[in-house]
Design a protein around this ligand. Structure first.
Ligand code: AP5
Ligand code: ZN
Length: 212
């Protein structure tokens, strides 16, 4: 099973990815998590990516495409994977098509901009695993602590209101076109084309999960 989770920043891709990867036994490939790991490790990629991420922009397509190609060649991807936050531009989507990476499902999690700021300001993350919580909508069992490891939860550097607004603008400019890109592919009737599914992401976390 190969899946793409598509949706605005804060739509709940990471939250739902957690359920999907368990259910299908496939790895979650979050380019955002990979970049945050590189930033934390202080690699050359991390140093380059940090300023771009903090400003709410997108990291260069060639870098991201290279990272993902390397990742999906690893052994744990043999039975499929779940893309979270990738592809994010037409060139990234085209690169996967050209590489013959056929996708089974593209799932769009639809949430209007008005709900996003609230979600981002209450978000807390466990950086080593990428597990995500919300102080109000999806609280951890112990305040400020990851459910599985008990380690500290933090706020992401790019969750400041100004940066979130920039990320939303970039989503509408560069990523939203993928809705048309994949739904047209799905409608083409081509056997290799993905199926396209849209879910209402404004429902509670569990309701979105059940619908998915
Ligand atoms: P990335 O990490 O991918 O961020 P994003 O796409 O902006 O999405 P988020 O992780 O912010 O949101 P999410 O949809 O996963 O929501 P979550 O489940 O956490 O990318 C970060 C940056 O890296 C980019 O800005 C860019 O610079 C760079 N980058 C990454 N990939 C790239 C690429 N392919 N190309 C170029 N650059 C790239 O949920 C959000 C909050 O809401 C949480 O607190 C959660 O608990 C809560 N919540 C979730 N679902 C619900 C619900 N149903 N009801 C109420 N609250 C909910
Ligand atoms: Zn995420």
């Amino acid at each position: 099973m190969r899946l793409i989770l598509l949706g605005a920043p804060g739509a709940g891709k990471g939250t739902q990815a957690n359920y999907i990867k368990e259910k299908f036994g496939i790895p979650q490939i979050s380019t955002g998590d990979m970049l945050r790991a590189a930033v934390k490790a202080g690699t050359p990629l991390g140093l380059e990516a940090k300023a771009i991420m903090d400003a709410g922009g997108l990291v260069r397509d060639d870098i991201i495409i290279g990272l993902v190609k390397e990742r999906i060649a690893e052994a744990d991807c043999a039975n499929g994977f779940l893309f979270d936050g990738f592809p994010r531009t037409i060139p990234q989507a085209e690169a996967m098509k050209e590489a013959g990476v056929n996708i089974d499902y593209v799932v769009e999690i639809d949430v209007p901009d008005a709900n996003i700021i609230d979600r981002m300001s209450g978000r807390r993350v466990h950086l080593p695993s990428g597990r995500t919580y919300h102080v109000k909508y999806n609280p951890p069992k112990v305040e400020g602590r990851d459910d599985e490891t008990g380690e500290e939860l933090v706020q992401r550097d790019d969750d400041k209101e100004e940066t979130v607004k920039k990320r939303l603008a970039v989503y509408h400019e560069q990523t939203e076109v993928l809705v048309g890109f994949y739904s047209q592919m799905a409608a083409s009737g081509d056997a290799a084309a993905p199926k396209y599914v849209k879910v209402d992401g404004t429902q509670a976390v569990e309701a979105v999960r059940d619908e998915l």
